[in-house]
Design a protein around this ligand. Structure first.
Ligand code: C2E
Ligand code: CA
Ligand code: CA
Length: 831
């Protein structure tokens, strides 16, 4: 068994009290008026639990030994004491551990501990000790034994429990408490001693108010100490000596009763004070809360409302009390009739929290944040509801403002990019369900940057604001207008039936933007460029429409700004730089920047010039020489290839015809054709008119068509080729080997010449694969009775390998680069 410090302190206290108890004994008596040791034993048990009991039992033998009783009696006495103590502890601590000393515990202490177990103790001793040969006084001592033991418990235990509870408060106020106690004790003692020879009963009565007062003022700690002091004085041999035994007993009984009353008063006062304080705080919270609070009966009637309730709703307390609460009203007409889930959840979980609509007395609807809880009584029956709500308007407004700013541009108040995309998405859904057209206008101000840079951002901002106003003014109320950032504006026009509707709006907007801007007394001039894409023709999804409108806008800028431009399919995939190339290309024809060069084709058998390929060159005055590989695709995408192709054809035939007329023996002249020219109405018309116009014979004209073009649109192409063939024109398949065409397909085409793509020639002779491919192409061509031209021959080795493979004609830098007209003419023999 281990002995802790606090355990030993308790045991020491017990020992001291045993000595004190025996000091109070009158000579010749075996038991005294009070057993403080009994109280200390119970308190020690309460503090340390059962493990201290063996130590206590050991010490309980001490009184018997002090009285010099025989061993059997000593043991019996100790056993009875220990049993009483254990029994009291059992009754007190079990079933409720003493964490807080309440009325319940005070009563338990009185009846169970002081009453029952002390009676058991007194009975045990008064009946059993005489049997063990004890003193006769034990036999008649039941009452005194009982009272002495009970008194000890009642003085020490409540004091100890209270001390445990209040130890912190006591520490804070110890000086006040100590002085009060000392003065009360001193006064009591003086009173006692002065009255000693007169009427001592009067003195006992004095104890009542004193104890009541100490209970109220000092609580249980003071109460117990006062009782202790009084008892010590009263029980001290010097005082007791002057009192007859009967009177003494009477006084002790009265004192005990006073003590019980004190304990009860103290506990009850403490509890009711606490309850009152709680109620006061609750009332204050209720009255001063900024949230509206209402108590609602289980029948949904309003029981109480606080001032905030009236402030928020406009209903006074009198208006509200006794009325059915609107929270539970689910009839139609009530703003909350849809809140059935509130009632369901309240029933299931006892709580609901959320936003609801409420109506003020003046009829104004407002959003309220409500938290409502069901309150149940101890038996679990629904007692009432407590609803707490706040006016949600300002938070809602802040939310709305934040929401507004998330979708709007703070400078112009137009929609911002986010807002615009949302609206565009909605408009597209409407357009697709109603099967209506829609136009997306992309506006960019011309030269806005220079205004911003030279006049400052303030001026720039003001200008943007005016532009926004003008755009708004010239559009319908529900047309979507947005500023995407910088000087970019977008507009959505819905329900479009005709393109003219859109052009009218665009013209109106251009005019409005072009009017002068008066900013800081200064007139500014700015124009805008508008690109337009149409749903569904130019795209069915937002991103596509946006991109196309953007492309169209750049085109409008290219065409000289202050203009609008509808998106045209050809713009697709072109970037700005390409646009400027394209814009320049448009003028290239008119300004004679295009010219043709001619690359010789040599016949391997004869070593003579057997033909030539016409290749286009563009000499741009600023950009310099531009490769056809770069501008032909742009010309194709924009459709400019049609007039350009016509020019090439015309130029080639005209030049060749001039050579002929000047007496030269002109071989075949090959002209490249683009996919865009390959349209029945276009090509046949172009070729026949050019031949007719120039007089160049059709049999000398060779047209090159790329393999990929043929293979992608074989059905369309076949007819055109047949028609060309019928005119007497020679047809060549260009870049052969790159289009994965099959022999069976080639068979059906009216072809004369097959040009092996340069990529296969480059690897010859070192690359075996390339050589094999070239060889098999030649073999295959021969089978189909086609003559073969190898393109891009740069070395003698290539030439030799191709000759060995059976190639008819070679073309490439090995022989000559594409040459100007005069130079190629020099290669032709005279007739
Ligand atoms: P293409 O029809 O395959 O033309 C042959 C290209 O190969 C020409 O380039 C030519 O200069 C180049 N070339 C010829 N021999 C050699 C060589 O030994 N080594 C190398 N490295 N290159 C050689 P160019 O003139 O730049 O033309 C490029 C393409 O532009 C042509 O390829 C053709 O598809 C297109 N093109 C040129 N002129 C016209 C035209 O008038 N109309 C159309 N529709 N397309 C044209
Ligand atoms: Ca070619
Ligand atoms: Ca080629």
């Amino acid at each position: 068994m281990k002995l802790h410090l606090s355990t030993s302190l308790w045991l020491l206290a017990y020992l001291l009290c045993c000595l004190l108890d025996s000091a109070l004994l009158r000579t010749g008596n075996s038991f005294g008026p009070v057993s403080l040791a009994g109280g200390v034993a119970l308190a020690a048990l309460l503090q340390h639990g059962w493990r201290i009991l063996p130590w206590l039992a050991l010490l309980m033998c001490l009184p018997g030994l002090l009285l010099a009783l025989p061993l059997a009696q000593v043991l019996l006495l100790a056993t009875a004491k220990a049993a009483c103590c254990a029994f009291s502890f059992f009754l007190l601590a079990y079933p409720a551990p003493l964490t807080e000393f309440k009325t319940r515990h005070a009563l338990c202490l009185l009846w169970s501990a002081a009453g029952v177990s002390c009676a058991v103790y007194a009975w045990l001793l008064s009946d059993l000790l005489p049997l063990a040969g004890g003193d006769q006084s034990w036999q008649s001592g039941f009452t005194l034994l009982w009272l002495g033991q009970a008194l000890g418990i009642l003085i020490v235990v409540p004091g100890f429990l209270a001390l445990q509870d209040e130890i912190r408060e006591l520490r804070a106020n110890w000086l006040i408490e100590a002085t009060t106690l000392v003065s009360i004790a001193a006064c009591g003692a003086m009173l006692l001693l002065s009255d000693r020879y007169h009427d001592s009963l009067q003195l006992t009565y004095l104890c009542f108010p004193l104890l009541a007062w100490s209970s109220l003022r000092l609580g249980q700690v003071g109460n117990s100490l006062i009782a202790l002091v009084l008892l010590l004085i009263l029980g001290s041999p010097s005082v007791a000596a002057g009192l007859p035994g009967e009177q003494m007993l009477q006084q002790l009984v009265l004192l005990g009763m006073a003590l019980q009353m004190g304990i009860l008063i103290a506990v009850i006062r403490r509890e009711s004070e606490q309850a009152l304080a709680d109620a006061r705080i609750a009332k204050q919270v209720f009255n001063h809360a900024s949230e509206g609070i209402m108590l609602i009966s289980s029948q949904h009637k309003v029981l109480a409302v606080n001032p905030a309730f009236s402030r928020i709703t406009g209903y006074s307390e009198a208006d509200a009390l006794g009325r059915p609460s609107r929270i539970f009203d689910t009839r139609p007409g009530n703003p909350n009739h849809s809140q059935r889930h509130l009632l369901e959840q309240l029933q299931q979980t006892g709580h609901w929290e959320g936003e609801m609509q409420d109506k003020r007395k003046d009829g104004e609807l407002y959003p309220a944040w409500l938290s409502i809880s069901a309150v149940h009584d101890l038996e679990g029956r629904l007692n009432r509801y407590v609803g707490i709500f706040s006016d949600y308007t300002s938070r809602k407004q802040a939310e709305q403002r934040a929401h507004y700013l998330a979708r709007h541009d703070s400078l112009t108040d137009l929609l911002n990019r986010n807002g615009f995309h949302e609206e565009l998405a909605k408009a597209l859904i409407r357009a697709s369900t109603k099967r209506r057209g829609l136009a997306l206008l992309f506006i960019d101000l011309d030269r806005f940057k220079s205004i911003n840079d030279t006049l400052g951002h303030d001026v720039g901002d003001q200008l943007l604001r005016i532009v926004a106003q003008r755009l708004r003014m010239h559009l319908k109320q529900d047309d979507v207008v947005a500023r995407l950032g910088g000087d970019e504006f977008t507009i959505v026009l819905e329900n479009i039936h005709q393109v003219q509707q859109v052009s009218q709006v665009a013209e109106r907007l251009l005019q409005a933007m072009a009017e002068s801007y008066l900013i800081d007394g200064q007139a500014l001039f700015v124009t805008g460029s508008i690109g337009i894409s149409m749903y569904p023709n130019d795209g069915s999804i937002a991103s596509q429409l946006m991109r196309n409108a953007d492309l169209a806008m750049y085109r409008a800028k290219d065409l000289g700004k202050n203009a609008y431009q509808f998106y045209a399919h050809e713009m697709n995939s072109l970037n700005t730089q390409q646009f400027s190339v394209q814009a320049a290309l448009r003028f290239a024809l008119e300004r004679n920047q295009l010219q043709l060069v001619y690359q010789p084709q040599m016949n391997l058998a004869t070593g003579q010039l057997s033909g030539m390929e016409c290749l286009l060159r563009w000499q741009h005055p600023e950009m310099g020489w531009i490769s056809p590989a770069e501008f032909i695709p742009i010309a194709e995408e924009t459709g400019l290839i049609v007039p350009i192709g016509h020019w090439v054809l015309l130029q080639a035939c005209r030049t060749a015809q001039q050579w002929r007329e000047s007496g030269l023996l002109v071989p075949k002249v090959a002209v490249n054709l683009s996919v865009r020219q390959f349209k029945p109405g276009v090509l046949l018309e172009q070729v026949s008119s050019v031949l007719a116009e120039t007089g160049f014979p059709a049999y000398l004209l060779e047209l090159e068509v790329t393999e990929s073009l043929i293979m992608h649109r074989i059905n369309e192409v076949v007819d055109i080729m047949n028609a060309l063939k019928a005119m007497g024109v020679t047809l060549a398949i260009d870049d052969f080997g790159t289009g994965y065409s099959s022999l069976s397909q080639l068979k059906h085409l009216p072809l004369d010449i097959l040009k092996i793509d340069r990529s296969f020639i480059t690897g010859i002779p070192q690359n075996d694969d390339d050589l094999a491919i070239a060889q098999s192409i030649v073999a295959m061509a021969k089978k189909l009775s086609l003559s073969v031209v190898a393109e891009g021959v740069e070395t003698e080795a290539q030439m030799l390998a191709l000759r060995a493979a059976g190639c008819d004609t070679l073309q490439g830098f090995y022989y000559a680069k594409p040459l100007p007209a005069a130079e190629i003419a020099a290669m032709m023999p005279k007739v």
